[in-house]
Design a binder for this molecule. Structure first.
Ligand code: SIN
Ligand code: MN
Length: 260
């Protein structure tokens, strides 16, 4: 099945192409440097100094800015969206060995629709593994095909009272889907783990139901997530920090010499 058809059908797929070792090494070095810096874009596991995530790195780091334009990632996004895209969100979710915490069951589009007024789920998440991702270091798990449901009603019922952006990036998410609902959904949509060595590239839909568990292993699990949005689908409200929702909707231009 072609990638586009697989994506339309399942709402996710692991791409046949990977990011090469040289580019990967540069990105990992940038991520290491950013992780050690004190800035609001660096988020820690609650009550600790363990880095959980980095945000908006393309806005202040040249390697990350180039990565957004890398053909392996950009061509995939443009192919799935079917036209020009801009970068809506850049994040790196780092699960430290034994300390990295879960991401409860949710749909990304719940945040983007409710918080930012994104008109439609005409965006795509491109995931890049910065580490080997295996069964025990907290892989992303999707309910395959669940993107066809649109937003599940539980999102509304589960919305919590704290509505500032910190509750969109911690292990206590604002829009979570309760376990009972997941149990029912999992009977219809099989759970699939996105596994693969460092350099693996995968795509998943804004409406797919997904989660990931705590990192119970001795191996770090860093996954870089680029959300490309159709240029005709910009959000109608810009209330969250620019490092979470990039206000610059200029179409991304393909890099000629990719992170050489
Ligand atoms: C994860 O990094 O495991 C979760 C990412 C996401 O929910 O988008
Ligand atoms: Mn998510």
């Amino acid at each position: 099945m072609r990638s586009q058809e697989t994506y339309a059908d399942q709402g996710w797929f692991v791409a046949p192409q990977r990011l090469g070792p040289d580019a990967l090494a540069k990105v990992r070095a940038s991520i290491r440097a950013i992780s050690g810096s004190a800035r609001p874009e660096v988020v820690y596991e609650e009550g600790t100094r363990t880095v959980r995530a980095l945000h908006g790195c393309h806005r202040y780091d040249d390697v990350c800015a180039e990565l957004v334009r890398h053909p392996v990632l950009l061509d995939l996004a443009e192919g799935l969206i079917g036209g020009p895209v801009y970068l809506y969100q850049f994040k790196v979710n780092i699960k430290a060995p034994r300390q990295g915490r879960e991401w409860p069951w949710h749909q990304d589009y719940a945040f983007w629709a409710h918080e930012d007024g994104m008109p439609a789920p005409d965006a795509v998440n491109i995931a890049l593994h910065l580490d080997d991702v295996h069964e025990s270091n907290g892989p992303l798990t999707v309910l395959s095909g669940s993107h066809t449901l649109g937003l599940v009603a539980a999102n509304e019922a589960a919305a919590r009272s704290g509505r500032d952006w910190q509750d969109h990036v911690s292990a206590r998410l604002t829009y979570i889907i309760p376990e009972e609902e997941i149990h029912e959904l999992a009977g219809r949509f099989p759970a699939r783990r996105l596994l693969g060595p460092a350099g693996t590239v995968a795509a998943f839909h804004p409406s797919i139901v997904h989660s990931s568990t705590n990192n119970t292993s001795d191996d770090r699990r860093a996954v870089l997530l680029l959300t490309y949005n159709s240029v005709s689908n910009a959000p109608t409200r810009l209330t969250r920090p620019a490092f979470l929702v990039d206000p610059d909707t200029t179409p991304v231009r393909r890099l000629a010499n990719a992170l050489a």
